[in-house]
Design a protein around this ligand. Structure first.
Ligand code: C2E
Ligand code: MG
Ligand code: MG
Ligand code: MG
Length: 286
């Protein structure tokens, strides 16, 4: 069969290649195509200070839209794509695009805020990660303080040995570090002491089940106290309803991210959101 298909297709049909690596090769090709054909885009979701409605940061979230197929979940993309090298090219594109976007907002005269991007496991294990980030910052001209890097506890736990040095280098570079999805894994409080985080994001599973006098309330309350003690910005993720928002307010939670304010937005819509929010909060202060 392979012979009939001609020489170029030979590698797809060799019996030595397992079905799994064939799938991986397919994914790798698809990802290369995605980059070339601009199927990738970044969406942006604001983090908001409840008391004023101010946007305190924007999180960049990858969207991959395949023609005739639709959107492919970034979780899937990053978990399966880890084994391919093209994932690093995609991460590079994300970093660069997010920095350029933040700079574009600053050039429009919007208040400076950090843009946060998620680091994948593969990216975190890259030897020259910090140098690479430094190079992109220099190339784009974005001040390091306006870049925040989100790392999940899972990635941190996998790389505990190397993480100390990586964090120190990032800290010296002047970028912000955020602990993402806190509460989804082992949730070691020791991480706050060991690593120079500026932000901790409470995993959305706690918010989903939020009710008065629940265990989730106690947990979030404890986390908020802890966050204050360590001088961290605490952001509740996945806030969908106004009753969740009210409960969070009652716990003195200051910042949230979630559908209750907006879903992740395309670049132009995110710009509009920032502009509108600015005029609203400006009006409030008059
Ligand atoms: P994450 O970093 O924890 O991002 C938050 C996720 O929650 C996003 O899903 C966002 O769309 C979703 N979300 C926001 N508000 C709400 C809400 O009110 N309710 C619910 N149910 N969900 C909400 P998304 O964009 O599908 O991303 C899923 C995960 O994929 C991210 O979780 C992150 O781990 C990963 N990811 C997404 N974009 C990137 C990226 O550019 N790079 C890397 N390395 N990972 C990414
Ligand atoms: Mg995140
Ligand atoms: Mg998260
Ligand atoms: Mg997540």
């Amino acid at each position: 069969k392979a012979k009939e298909q001609g020489r170029n297709n030979y590698q797809f049909y060799t019996p030595l290649m397992s079905a799994q690596s064939a799938l991986l090769l397919k994914l790798e090709n698809a990802l290369h195509r995605a980059l070339e054909r601009r199927e990738l885009s970044l969406y942006y979701q604001p983090q908001i200070k409840i008391s004023t409605g101010e946007v305190t940061a924007m999180e960049a979230l990858l969207r991959w839209e395949v023609p005739e197929v639709g959107f492919i979940s970034p979780i899937k993309l990053f978990s399966q794509g880890q084994k391919t090298d093209v994932i690093l090219q995609i991460s590079q594109w994300i970093l660069q695009t997010a920095c350029e976007q933040n700079l574009a907002w600053q050039e429009l005269g919007l208040p400076s805020i950090p843009i946060s991007i998620n680091l994948s496991n593969r990216e975190f294990e890259q030897q020259n990660l910090v140098e690479n980030v430094a190079r992109v910052l220099q190339k784009t001209g974005l001040d390091p303080q306006w870049l925040e890097l989100e790392i999940t506890e899972t990635i941190l736990r996998k790389n505990l040995k190397s993480a100390r040095q990586v964090f120190q280098d990032f800290y010296n570079l002047g970028v912000r570090l955020a602990l993402d999805d806190f509460g989804s894994g082992f949730s070691s409080i020791g991480y706050f002491k060991l690593f120079p985080f500026r932000t901790v994001k409470i995993h959305q599973s706690f918010i989903r089940d939020l009710r008065g006098a629940s265990q989730e309330m106690a947990l979030i309350s404890a986390l908020l106290t802890l966050g204050k003690g360590f001088n961290l910005r605490v952001v509740a993720e996945g806030v969908e309803t106004s009753s969740q928002l009210e409960l969070l307010k009652s716990l003195q939670c200051e910042e949230v991210q979630g559908y209750v304010y907006t879903r992740p937005l395309k670049s132009a819509e995110a710009t509009q959101f920032l502009t509108k929010q600015l005029s609203l909060t400006f009006g409030q202060n008059q």
